[in-house]
Each structure stands twice: as structure tokens, then as C-alpha cells.
Design a protein around this ligand. Sequence first.
Ligand SMILES: [Zn+2]
Length: 423
Amino acid sequence: MLTNVEFKFGTLIDENGEEVELTDSNYTIYLKSKNQDVRKQAFNLMYEKYSEFINTIAEMYIANVKAKTTIAKIRKYNSSLENAVENDDATIKVYNSLIASIDENISVNHEFLKLKKKLLNLPQMYMYDLYVNPFEQDKDEITFEDAKQEVLNALEILGEEYCNKLKEAFENNWIDVFAKPNKKSGAYSMGVYGVHPFVLTNFVNSKRDVSTIAHELGHSMHSYYSNNNQNVLNANYTIMVAEVASTVNEIILSHYQISKEEDKNKKAELLYELLEMIRATFFRQAMFAEFEKIVHEKIENGNMLSSENLNNIYYELNKKYFGNAININEQIKYEWARIPHFYSDFYVYKYATGVSAAIVIAKNILDKKPGYVEKYIDMLKQGCSKKSVDLLKMVDVNLESKETFKNTIDFYNEKIQELKALL
Ligand SMILES: [Zn+2]
């Protein structure tokens, strides 16, 4: 309520010279503006407001952390992290391996930022330049018929049975496809036990929508397989594995699109989008996860934390994750105060583990490893009848091993090199 409703961020002058009000929801639009001054104004206004109220927000956040650490203590856990990972069917080792692997390989992310700076053609890059797309952005439109065919072609590698089910989804109205007035925004898939999954998308003929369809149908197929092979109590998959099947489809589609694209510039754009997806779901979420770990540990060790302490912890992490490629504006130290996920303790690391599992799986599928697709489909049939980490072991993903996360960073690096070679 405070930050979404009551905060008034003031006005900025947009690309057309018009005075517009900055809000929490249009902030990301202005951060993607091609005009650096517009981005800078939005960034400054946003953090000016947060800095004004930073002590209040710090108190709220610390109170939330203290509640979680106290509950963990009462329940005889060694830490709030141990409590949280147990609820996810995961282990502390998963959490620590993620952070340790990033510690050892973070320079790869710095390299991507250097490349981004070059692509943006900026003499100096700042934190407010992070979200602008250096490519003109492919304005070509695509019909739903063609989008459907592209998804089917890309996912053909998952076998006849999987594709027949996809066709059934398309032909039997599982999907509410087009954007229309008063329709709920965004996209999601909902599994319905005993019936079939339903998907909502807001298709507006943009190329980006193709990836959304592949993603949501990944969720649907996971629900379909689990619902048809488990009893109602074991059919729902956990959050730990929820984004795996969807991201596998996204990566396979991306691979398909990149390999068949002949236009060098469009190919580069597709690679850039894949890299940005990994930066946002892996590196950014891991940075958040590390922040949470540090704060919870400090409180569990009896430290008193002030807003200034939280700001410093967050600022230091930004230095670690971004390196020298970018000027780390001082105001970014307030960003932690804008992240609603921090009130669901130890949630965000699951984005990073999910994309890492998906990369291992997609690579094995694309490499046509014998018997692997069958193994993967078998995993999708398990719902939550096994522990999440064990489910992923069925498809050769070991989340407790640093190697799994190193593999994500290697994949990221490989794509950086591919993009560099095109420039
Ligand atoms: Zn999803």
C-alpha cells in the first residue's frame, strides 16, 4: 500500500517532451526508453522517494525477517534457511551451491555487461541503462496459425506423443488466445485434475508471443502428464520444479529460432534476448538470494541491522554481480526496498535453480541423448510423488552440485561468444 498506492514519485519529461507522472507500474517502461535522459529521470525519481522512506521500509522488512527466524527457532530448525528449503523439498546444499558457483564464475556476467555497453554504444553505462534493448526490435508480425506451427516444429524433438497432445491443445480450445477488452492481462496455464489444462494468453501477433505460447504449454503438458498418472493428492508439482518444463520449451524454441534465422541482425537479437532471460532469472535472482541469506544470518547471529546496513549489503552485492563494466549509481543501494519477493523469504532462488535445471534438460534433449526424452516425460508424470531434488535427479540434474550452476554459466558464456561472433 505504501509503495504502490501512497508513494507519489513526481513527474518526468518523456521522449516527446511531455510531462508525465511516474508510477510503480510505468517505471519499467521508462527504464526501457531509448532516450537515456528519460531513463535517468525515472531512476532518480524512483530512488529519491525510496530514500525518503527507507527507515520505515527497513523496519518493516527486518520485522518480517525476525518473525521468520523466530518461527524457525521455535520449530527447532538450525536456521530460517533450513526451514525454508525443507518446505521446498530442497536442501541447504542446493542454496549454497548456487551462491558458491556464482562466486567462482561471476566474471562471465561482467563480460556480458561489457558486451551490452558496446551494443548500446555508450561511453559510460549506468544502472538505468540496464534494461534498454540495444536492438531495433523485430517489428515483424506473426499470425497465430504461424506461431502454432513454429511451436510445433520446434518441439517436434520431444516426440510424437508430446506433439499430438500439443495439437490437441490447439485444436480443442485449451487456449484462450487473443487479447481483448476486459480480459485478464498476462499469460498462465492452469491444470484441472480430471479435465485438461487451460491456458490464457494475450496474443497480439508479436514474435515474442510465440515464446509465451511455448512456455505456457510447457506448464500445461507438465500438468497433463502429472494429472493423468498420479492421484489427486500427488498430482500438483512443487514450485521447485514448476518452471522447469516451461523453460525447457522456451530454450528449445529459442534454439530452433536462432538456428534457422538467416538475417544476422535478427539472429543477434534472438541471442541477446536469450542472454537477458538468463541474466534476469539466474544472476539477478541469485543476487537477491544472497542478500536474503546475509540478512537472515546476521539477524540470527544477534546483529542489530539499520537501513544503512541493508543498503550497504545490497550495494556491495551489486558491485560483485556487475563488476566494472557499469557505473554503479549510489541510489541502487535502495533497490532491495522495492522487491516484494523479499517478504516471501527464500523464494527467489527457485527461479535460478529452475532455469539451471531447464538448461541441463534442454541441452540433453537437443543433443538427442539416447532414451533421454522418455526419461524426461517420465519425470513430468511424477507430480509431487517424489521429493523435488529426487525428481530432478531422474533427468540427470543434481541441484546440490556446483557443476549444475557452472553449466548454466557456461551456457551463458557460450551464447555471449556466439553473439560476439555475429557483431
Ligand atoms: Zn511460467
